[in-house]
Design a protein around this ligand. Sequence first.
Ligand code: GP9
Ligand code: MN
Length: 860
Amino acid sequence: MNLTLKKLKTFFFEKRIGFYFLAVILYVLKTDLAYLTKFSLGAQSLYQQIIMLLNPIATAMLLLGIGLLFKGRKSYYIMLFIDFLMTTLMFANILYYREFSDFLTIELVSRSSQNSGGLGGSIAGIFKLTDLFVYLDIVLLIVLIAVKVIKLNPAPIGRRKPFTYIVISFSIFCANLSMAYSDRSGLLTRTFDNNYIVKYLGLNFFTGYNTFRAQETNAVRSKANASDLTSVTQYIDQHRVPVNPQYFGKAKGKNVIIFHLESFQQFLIDFKYEGKVITPNINALFHNPNSISFDNFFNQIGEGKTSDAEMMMENSLFGLPAGSAMLQYGGENTFNAAPDILSNHNYKSAVFHGGAGSFWNRDATYKSWGYDAFMSLHSYPNKKGYYHEYGIKDKIFLKTTAPYLEQLPQPFYSKIITVSNHYAFDFDKEDLTIDKSDTGDKTVDGYIQTAHYLDEAVGEFMNWFHSSGLSKNTMIVFYGDHFGISDNHKPAIRKLLDRKHFGEFDDVQFQRVPLIVYMPGLKGKIDHTYGGEIDFLPTLLDLMGIDNTKTLQFGQDLLSGKSNQVVAMRNGNFVTPKYTKAKGKYYLTKNGKHIASEDEDANEKEELSNLTNAVTTQLSLSDRVIQRDLLRFYKTPNLKKVDRSKYSYTKNATEKTFDQFSESPQTYENQRQKLGIADPNYITDAPELITKSERPNNRLAAVSAAGLKPDAKKKVVNDFNAWFGQQAGTNKLGLMTFKPLNVNDNSFYQTSFGKIGNNKDYPIHPLENPLILYHSKSGKTGLLNESNQNDIDFNKPFTMYLIADDGNVYEANIFKDTFPGVYNGLATNETQMVYYTPLPHTSSMFLKLHELIESNHDKD
Ligand code: GP9
Ligand code: MN
């Protein structure tokens, strides 16, 4: 034993190779300690943790190994110096990360040295004494050398050895890389998040890799010049379409909410699985008479997935052929994005996302797009169970977000990015309220459940949106960013959709995602125009009444009626109303008939090759704009590079921004208070936010009244009303059955769980007309026999209740002016939706109804 110790001591303290290994081991250990205590790299599985802890080995061996190439004592000094450099890199990152949750890049460092004070100033304030621990091992090594415990051994180590270690460290790196890829394919091309590169491959690697890539992009950028724009502007000018006077400016001056529905495909709209509607709330929005809804709208994303969708939707520029444009160019390029354009029209802007701000480089990109605020993960409460996979669960996220919308000075432009309906669709069981489909494919079966969860979350949000009254002044746009089910799941898709065939052609058609533009008062329609995410921005600007003739956008206004309707897919496929190109083959869009090349006549051949060319031209010109940063040369009024230093999205800065915002008399919150509208109650059934007994599994356990005989049903209603009337009387409130005048539309009975009313497709039916609980002008209280709307004091909030045959009591909060139709007692175009949400099963009303149904069942 003693002998081995001695041998070890000799090796580490007296041999140069030993010293090298000692330095490597110490460096790896302290890096691991820093990973665990100073960064939050989000290693989720044991496997990820192992990769994370092993990843410093390869670069430490390689870089410290450089020291071995030198002779004598110098070799030691160089190793120490390299160690010092790597450590300082880590130290600087620890400080930077604390503030920005991201890592330093050469670009950042050089930029901040140009405008002094930037980084240095903000970093100095966040230093903690414990950060210095990273230098401890170096100090220790130096001391051991000074006191001669470590003896510098000048003896040569042979030529081969250093190279052997370099080769070994390369092999370790390859092993590291393949482990990383087995867990995260596409890591280096798609990148996702700088945190991911560090988590899988280490800080040293990240710095080197990032520098290398930045240098590549800088080379292209610096070679570019204004003349590169000529062909781009020619293309854009040729493809501009006129606005539609019928829609132009219809949403002028309105608040805008862009509602990003993660992985939400068009096929879900109206889709039923075994008779059950999966997404009733989004269906209702799609069909709402105040919605312009597109049913031939496609996602056009590439490897950048969500980030590509965002780039297209808000810039009308495509993502790149590989990787993510937001990641590679978001922090550097000049853009002319929606928030920036609207800022010239007095709009304030904010984006809300319950995931890490560094993902897809959003933190940097949103500054370039001119977003005033970006509220990301660090600004949301994140208690146990709130977070799943990529972010805060939608129901919790939306409930937290809602009050912040009211704090934005109006008019505002905002974006809400949901996340729960994300691959692999294995959501927490307690959040799921419908059964799986049974295709046997985990991804597909889970998708139905998480899509349903997202839909419920949307329902809760819409309930709040209407009851707060914000809806009166706001246009809200829902869109699905991309597919949830990839073509790797064809057999399961066939089962799910009950189709015999699902091939390449069908997969391209499957790329449809909903685009719903909803605004109370808007003359809605279902629009069959073919288009895609690239076309959204010009469409939006048309509705906003903003001149769009001097911008550089690759899409076309879908409302113009004159768009080309050629939908380019990022891989060169396309869809038009007539043709579809899928995996290089042509089909007829209307029936999927394959057009064999020998069958093509001369005209068709030409048409198809023109289309292929048009698509490649559009894509490659857009790539040119991004890769060469051409918008910096584009001269147009109001376009100047956004001054990114104006914005900060750190947790503290975000708090400050909202504090400032909320002082403006223009916020909806301040206006609502003036209007006397009470703080709207955001009702959710998120299991994480309500007590166990209120959880949705209880909701499913409600005793249904559907099977009751008509007499028994009547008795339930009468007894319930009498009981409720008594409660109302004690509280000095009136209660009456409310017969909506002229409101025959089912949507009047919208609930957060599906339309109710006559529509047999939906599972919930009211046992009678809604009850209305109100402050009476004449001072009558208790259950009143006849409905007299003139007696309602509309200056005070009132509530509607539905007792439904599914055994639940549904509640909707109504405020003055929220529903002018209700207010006037007449159906108007704006009396569209009353959103009911089920009461918790601990509520006395639910329990009473439950009791009555049960006892009347007995009598059957
Ligand atoms: C993460 C989320 C997911 O923040 O937006 O992005 P995706 O994986 O869909 O591209
Ligand atoms: Mn996405």
